[in-house]
Write a protein that binds this ligand. Structure first.
Ligand code: F6P
Length: 325
């Protein structure tokens, strides 16, 4: 038996759920089973790891899940995992369970928690899944495409009524710290302006000036996308209406964007990334993040990947402006 042979692994989903998490779990479980690796599922993310909520998984446990949003393993935000005690407890449980590796499916915060476990000797394979697309080392995170499409679909409907009434519409999309979802929804939805946390030049005055300018150009309605991290959409709508005299309504899409059946793009990335996670382990790799970079699936060192920084690139914002003249 090879020294690095993997016999038993656990898989968990952590942080905000994302469409495609189930397709990822499915790929992990089935590829591992094919390779003769036993898989256990951890319920409720790191919280379940700390408190020992474990179940055996087989290829049949993941039947009929590829098309389902959410996560069959459940997920949670876990403040305990941010403490040294919580991290120690989680690492101890991995030892008690006799795990050769732990697959963590989640976003930046979840993988940062997982890094602490790797420092305690747990072999971690991270798979990026978040509707926020804010894991800098990967060009794609599972769930993003579905969330953009859900947002775009809602925006299309809001646009119909906004146009009919010649109103201004503010649409608030998810993204507390990251504006990728808002930017993509703006381009795909044909918005006039977008406010995101990364862009320090955006505020209500910029939006009001734009609306007034658009009116002088003959535009009858305006669509403004606001990221959750900026917030205050209802108050913003009232202020725009007060200053411009144009009837303005706000719609907050909220959790609508985190649910739903994953798109084909998400199912593809989820399946490939889940499969690659096990292939990485089978190849004897340790502490990696499975990524999609420059058009190819690959992997990167866990710590190095989490230290990658991405500066805000205003080019997509500039494009939103040009395409809405
Ligand atoms: O999972 C990502 C995300 O949906 C962000 O877009 C949002 O800001 C955050 O999670 C909300 O998290 P919670 O549901 O825990 O409040």
């Amino acid at each position: 038996m090879a020294e690095n042979e993997i016999k038993k692994i656990a898989v968990l989903t952590s942080g905000g759920d994302a469409p495609g998490m189930n397709a990822t779990i499915r790929a992990v479980v089935r590829t591992a089973t094919y390779r003769g690796i036993k898989v256990v599922g951890v319920r409720k993310g790191f919280s379940g790891l700390i408190h020992g909520e474990i179940e055996d998984l087989s290829p049949r446990s993941v039947s009929d899940t590829i098309h389902r949003g959410g996560t069959i393993l459940l997920t949670a935000r876990c403040p305990e995992m941010m403490t040294k005690e919580g991290q120690d407890k989680a690492a101890t449980l991995c030892n008690i369970l006799g795990l050769d590796a732990l697959i963590v499916i989640g976003g930046d915060g979840s993988l940062t928690g997982a890094l602490e476990l790797s420092k305690r000797g747990v072999n971690i394979i991270g798979i990026p899944a978040t509707i926020d697309l804010d894991l800098c080392c990967s060009d794609y995170t599972i769930g993003f495409d579905t969330a953009v499409n859900t947002g775009m679909d809602a925006i299309n409907k809001i646009r119909d009524t906004s146009t009919s009434h010649e109103r201004c519409s503010i649409v608030e999309v998810m993204g507390r710290n990251a504006g990728y979802l808002a930017l993509w929804c703006s381009v795909a939805g044909g918005a006039e302006d977008v406010l995101i946390p990364e862009d320090k030049t955006g505020d209500i005055n910029r939006v009001i000036n734009l609306i007034l300018e658009n009116r002088s150009k003959g535009k009858k309605h305006n669509l403004i996308i606001v990221a959750e991290g900026i917030g205050g959409s209802v108050a913003m709508a009232k202020e725009i209406e007060r200053v411009t005299g144009i009837t303005t309504r706000a719609t907050i899409l909220g959790y609508l964007q985190r649910g739903g059946a994953p798109t084909a793009t998400d199912r593809m990335h989820a399946s490939v990334m889940g499969y690659n996670a096990i292939e990485c382990l089978a190849a004897g790799e340790k502490n990696r993040i499975i990524i999609y970079k420059d058009g190819k699936h690959s992997s990167v060192d866990l710590e190095e990947g989490l230290n990658t920084q991405k500066d805000y690139d205003p080019s997509m914002y500039n494009m939103v402006k040009i395409l809405s003249i």
